[in-house]
Design a protein around this ligand. Structure first.
Ligand code: P6P
Length: 342
């Protein structure tokens, strides 16, 4: 009989209040999974008719998933919650713990309407000591200066911690099966959902240090910086090229699905910065996409950089800041990072 998630967390000596937050978030993911599965029959496909803080058109399921996870985190007593879909954190009026929860509620939502795997990405930090508890109605601190903890900036500041401070990182992929991949700092473990229970399916995921598979949106090639062009050209040169082997390419355009493949069989996933928006460090968000994925990848023996340094060591300056991402099989990530340095 495979191990249940709740048993795994208990055996891992996770604090009871942290286990409660994780289990509550995953209850929300079960609900999202049911909505995703029903798709058109649930009337949840298509555009929501609104834009998020990133200026992206929201899908109905983006909004639904965000509300589900926001309620779950609040009910679990999280101190404050940040989402890709919200400009500023929501501070819990009745927190029962000091955990900060961050999530991309539905990553890859451009794939929803074409029935391709999508997912939820989450990360849990600890509130810095000394900040007062909020009280009164649920505060969206961006608009409510009455927050006892000070102003919106202070609520945002407490989230701006490097990825090395994460207590938990994970994702749920809504694919042929619904799978959870999670780390609490002692390896990366996968679970599969069945009848509202999460059953352990891979105790310790390992990313092979070498690979013949890479993942990048090659339609952006003309916008890439020279080190990325050099690296991809060398892979495309195959067996007769400088890398001496043929490579295969994948691009699902759902980070969760592409990273899940890397964690399952190795490979690299890359979203470099490019000349289209030179003032942006990349497309993917540091706090609730790159950091949790980097934690999972490193805990599985892989590497993750922004082309120059370890992503987990980056000091965030803004809540929704973006970052270039090169993650996966260690020897290949070291190669492409070396090209940036060289
Ligand atoms: P592109 C989805 O919108 C996302 O944030 C990631 O999940 C995915 O890897 C990437 O963007 C896809 O970007 O430019 O290929 O559509």
């Amino acid at each position: 009989m495979p191990q249940r998630l709740s048993e795994f967390l208990t055996q891992g000596n996770a604090p009871n209040d942290l286990t409660a937050v994780i289990m509550k978030l995953l209850e929300g993911c079960v609900t999202i999974s049911e909505e995703v599965r029903r798709g058109a029959l649930a009337g949840v496909l298509g555009e929501a008719g609104s834009d998020n803080v990133q200026g992206e058109h929201q899908k109905k399921l983006d909004v639904i998933s965000n509300e589900i996870l926001l309620a779950a985190a609040e009910q679990a007593g999280a101190y404050a919650i940040t989402s890709e879909e919200m400009e500023a954190p929501v501070v819990n009026p009745q927190p029962t713990n000091d955990y900060l929860v961050l999530f991309d509620p539905l990553d890859g939502s451009s794939n929803i309407d074409v029935n391709v795997s999508i997912g939820t990405i989450f990360s849990i930090l600890k509130k810095p000591n000394g900040l007062p508890r909020a009280d009164g109605p649920r505060n969206d601190v961006a608009n409510d200066s009455s927050w006892r903890g000070g102003n919106a900036d202070e609520a945002i500041q407490m989230f701006l911690q490097p990825g090395t401070r994460q207590l938990v990182a994970g994702y749920v992929t809504y694919g042929p099966s619904t799978q959870l991949v999670i780390t609490l700092g002692n390896g990366t473990t996968s679970f599969t959902l069945d009848q509202n229970e999460w059953w352990m399916t891979t105790p310790s995921m390992q990313v092979p240090v070498d690979t013949k598979e890479f993942s990048i949106n090659a339609s952006n090639a003309r916008h890439w910086e020279p080190p990325v062009k050099r690296y991809v050209d060398e892979m495309l040169a195959g067996k007769t090229g400088p890398l001496g082997k043929d490579f295969n390419m994948r691009w699902i355009a759902s980070m969760v699905a592409d990273v899940h493949r890397v964690l399952t069989r190795g490979g690299t996933f890359m979203y470099p910065r490019d000349a289209r928006e030179p003032d942006k460090a990349g497309k993917l968000r540091l706090m609730y996409e790159a950091n949790p994925m980097s934690f999972l990848i490193e805990q599985a023996g892989g590497a993750s950089t922004n082309g120059h340094q370890r992503i987990l060591e980056l000091q965030p300056q803004k809540l929704h800041e973006r970052v270039a991402v090169f993650l996966g099989s260690r020897n290949e990530i070291e190669r492409v990072t070396g090209y940036h340095k060289g």
